[in-house]
Ligand binder design. Structure first.
Ligand SMILES: C=C(O[C@H]1C=CC=C(C(=O)O)[C@@H]1O)C(=O)O
Length: 469
């Protein structure tokens, strides 16, 4: 940054401090500038010692938007389950209400933005690995890189109350210079797997069989998504840096995310967008119904055709379409939902996919309201939702934590995007906890569902250096 730009940021900072003094409470100062090209993984890794525990990474399919955050000038969180979406929205509104924002670029993601996620079920019994995560957790980063269609932008955020906070600004500017001049990237797996363990697979298959029985006996409950866990231990501390590198190299079609919090990192490569809101435009996606891939192209096409024509998978998928359609109709006009699903092909698996598009009826609708109403879709919970959630609590015997729940960002202009945190794991010290689930309906076969979840573990397991299941 040149000295002229330095003085510009200082001038803007002083305006923010002046406002904080007038208001007699801290004010958010946010300053965005354009950068020369910056490798997002280097950005994530380069100031690791300073920011570890408070970093995030977000990349959408085909690399169109990448957002990387370092540090947290403010952490928004709530341990309460009730009103957690509203709590985050109102805290965020309070933060940006009087903010002093310098952002001359009309580019998605630039300017102040919070990144984070929610737990799947606030009423589930907490397991120790998730103890530091609350029911909603978002970072407002101190330094943030946004890459949008090849251009890079840097946003600095500071909550300031007096001119003394200029020291933090000076520090962040120094750190920024160091980051921009370094080319740190940690792409080599430095630790080895000590042990890989699928947690109680036989008990899980029995639980699936019990749920299938229940679905056949009960006229009300139609679908329950059942998930299971793998525990992987390493001979050293595992870091999200190299895991992200692997995911990026291998999962181009996915949303790649990492949310660090203290000693843990929730990370994954999800195919599934929950909701995106840019201006008045809303996007969502119905993804449910799965089959494996085959290296032989002809066999792969045949598998895809079999999936498209399979009644059980079409039923699983239709539950998701109906629910998302109902919710989106509440918020949107001009709703467009394809009549027939198509195939979404990922490296390890293919899914039935129906895209959803609409225009928001009320300009002031918060993306968090839509996310709240959509969560959990029948691709993550079941039908009807309340019964399915209760069954999951009773039979799954596991704390899903942030797995299968909304993860993503929202900005100061009401834009944002959330995916569902599947194909994911929680990394903590020398351990990683991997999660995978599948839709169980009346004619599900437990052994097939078990095999499907094995496939769904693969992207994460490979990124961690594990043996192919
Ligand atoms: C719950 C998961 O997948 C969901 C998303 C796509 C397809 C699914 C299925 O075919 O069952 C699941 O509903 C998971 O990957 O852990």
């Amino acid at each position: 940054m040149t000295s002229i730009q330095h003085s510009k940021i200082e001038t803007e900072f002083e305006i923010a401090v002046g406002r904080a003094k007038d208001k007699e409470y801290p004010i958010l100062f946010s300053y965005t500038e354009i950068l020369n090209n910056m490798n997002p993984l280097s950005f994530y890794s380069s100031a690791k010692q300073l920011f570890q525990g408070k970093r995030f990474f977000w990349k959408v399919p085909d690399d169109e938007t990448i957002i990387v955050g370092l540090g947290s000038t403010y952490t928004l969180q709530t341990s309460l389950g009730e009103h957690r979406f509203e709590t985050i929205q109102s805290e965020w509104n309070d933060l940006i209400k009087d903010a002093h924002i310098y952002n001359p670029y009309n580019v998605q993601g630039t300017g102040p933005l919070i990144f984070g996620g929610f737990s799947f079920d606030p009423d589930s019994v907490e397991e120790p690995e998730w103890s530091s995560f609350t029911n909603a957790l978002f970072h407002l980063p101190e330094l943030m890189l946004v890459i949008d269609k090849q251009s890079s932008y840097l946003t600095i955020n500071i909550r300031c109350s007096s001119i003394k906070d200029k020291d933090r600004l000076a520090q962040l500017l120094r750190i920024k210079e160091q980051i921009l001049s370094s080319s740190a990237s940690e792409n080599i797996l430095k630790v080895d797997i000590h042990q890989e363990e699928e947690v109680n697979p036989d008990a899980w298959k029995k639980a699936v069989a019990n749920v299938v029985r229940l679905l056949n006996d009960d006229n009300e409950v139609r679908k329950v998504v059942m998930a299971r866990k793998m525990n992987v231990t390493f001979n050293g501390e595992i870091s999200s840096d190299h895991v992200l590198n692997h995911l990026w190299n291998e999962q181009h079609e996915s949303f790649i995310f990492a949310l660090e919090w203290l000693d843990s990192c929730f990370t994954g490569a999800s195919p599934e967008r929950l909701v995106k809101k840019i201006g008045d435009n809303i996007l969502s996606a119905c993804i449910a119904g799965s089959i494996k891939r085959d290296k032989d192209e002809k066999k792969d096409v045949a598998l895809g055709q079999a999936l498209l024509n399979d009644d059980k998978n079409r039923q699983e998928h239709q539950f998701v379409v109906s629910m998302i359609q109902e919710i989106m109709n509440k918020y949107c006009h001009d709703l467009e939902i394809a009549i027939e699903p198509t195939l979404m092909k990922m490296r390890d698996i293919q899914h039935l996919f129906t895209p959803v598009k609409g225009t928001v009826k009320n300009k002031n609708t918060s993306i968090l309201s839509i996310a709240k109403d959509l969560h959990p879709t029948p691709a993550m919970g079941g039908v009807p939702t309340t019964d399915a959630m209760q069954i999951i609590r009773e039979v799954e015997n596991m704390d899903r934590g942030f797995y299968a729940a909304p993860i993503g960002w929202l900005d100061y202009q009401g834009n944002g995007e959330f995916a569902v945190g599947i194909r994911s794991s929680l990394i903590k010290g020398k351990e990683a906890f991997l999660y995978a689930g599948c839709g169980v309906v009346a004619d599900s076969i437990p052994e097939d569902e078990y095999f499907e979840t094995r496939i769904k573990f693969r992207p994460m397991l490979r990124a961690l250096g594990g043996k192919q299941l």
